[in-house]
Every structure is written in C-alpha cells, then in structure tokens.
Design a protein around this ligand. Sequence first.
Ligand SMILES: NC(=O)c1ccc[n+]([C@@H]2O[C@H](COP(=O)([O-])OP(=O)(O)OC[C@H]3O[C@@H](n4cnc5c(N)ncnc54)[C@H](OP(=O)(O)O)[C@@H]3O)[C@@H](O)[C@H]2O)c1
Length: 149
Amino acid sequence: MKIAVIGGTGLIGSQVVKLLNDAGHEAVPHSPSTGLDLISGKGLAEALAGADVVVNLTNSPTFDEASPEFFRTTMDNLLAAAKDAGVGHAVILSIVGSELVPDLVYYRAKVLQEDILKAGPIPWSIVRATQFFEFVGAVLSWTSDDECV
Ligand SMILES: NC(=O)c1ccc[n+]([C@@H]2O[C@H](COP(=O)([O-])OP(=O)(O)OC[C@H]3O[C@@H](n4cnc5c(N)ncnc54)[C@H](OP(=O)(O)O)[C@@H]3O)[C@@H](O)[C@H]2O)c1
C-alpha cells in the first residue's frame, strides 16, 4: 500500500515510516524539510498523488493560542487535497482524554483536529496515544518550581 506520511520526519513520524516500510508498505515521509508545507499547501498534491492512505503526524510549532489555527488550516488543506487526489483513508494521531481537559488550549486544538477529520470528505481513523515518554521533561518543567513538582 502506498502511504503518504505527513510529518514523517518528526519524533513519531520517522518511526511510523520505518515500521510501515518494514511491514512491506511504501511509506514516504513529507514535511517542510522535504519541501511540503501543509499551511500553504506547497507540495501537497505531489505528495498525495497515487497514495492509498495519508497519515498526518504533523505538530503545531507552539502549544499556545496559535495551535487551533495550525490544526484547522492544516486539516482543511490536507482533506481538500486528499479528496482531489482520491486518497482512500486519512489517519491522525491524537491524545487520550484530550476532550476532558478543555482548559488546555493545545488539547482543544487536538479535539478540533479530530472534529475536522470526522466531518471531512474521506474515510478516517483516529489513533489516540498517551503522552510519549520523550515528553516527560517538558511536562514536569511546566508544573515545577525550585522546590516542588
Ligand atoms: N508527543 C506526544 O506525547 C504525543 C502524544 C499523542 C499524540 N501526539 C501527536 O502526535 C503528532 C506528532 O507529534 P511529534 O511529537 O512526533 O511531533 P514532532 O516531533 O514535533 O514532529 C512534527 C512534524 O510535523 C512537521 N511539520 C511541522 N509543521 C508542518 C507544516 N506546516 N507542514 C507539514 N509538516 C509540518 C515537522 O516537519 P519538519 O521536521 O520538517 O520540521 C515534523 O515532521 C502531533 O499531532 C501530536 O499532537 C503526540
């Protein structure tokens, strides 16, 4: 199966590309560092040409108030281009329990990303993971001061 992995150069994306190729699929990574930009749409049609499935593993450059707009624009662009290219299935990676923490704008952004996918024009899957271990340092730094975590 030919699979376009958008964000396929990132922490999880690079591992997904390797696992898919090891399993016999033809997975190709795409991201700004390979010439694709989901915000502007640059390189998107070329990346999706002939793909059976698109896996979207992009991430917002910030986790703040700008993150909802990142996921809205990138999902709108991705789904429109995937429909035009005849892609059969779209997959995103979301976060377990994100709908339960609406005070965190990044979690609201992930719920928005899920809602846009569900309302979109092509069949979809949402994979929800808990936070990766690579994230432990950042999470603790947000909730620590000099004396307590
Ligand atoms: N980290 C966690 O604990 C966790 C848990 C559950 C779900 N998730 C979800 O998993 C996804 C990936 O997370 P990650 O930690 O692997 O992210 P990451 O390492 O920061 O990688 C982000 C990827 O997105 C690409 N990207 C950024 N802006 C883009 C744009 N405008 N157009 C196209 N691609 C763009 C980057 O490309 P370049 O390399 O070229 O910059 C990179 O390949 C996120 O949606 C996140 O919410 C993460």
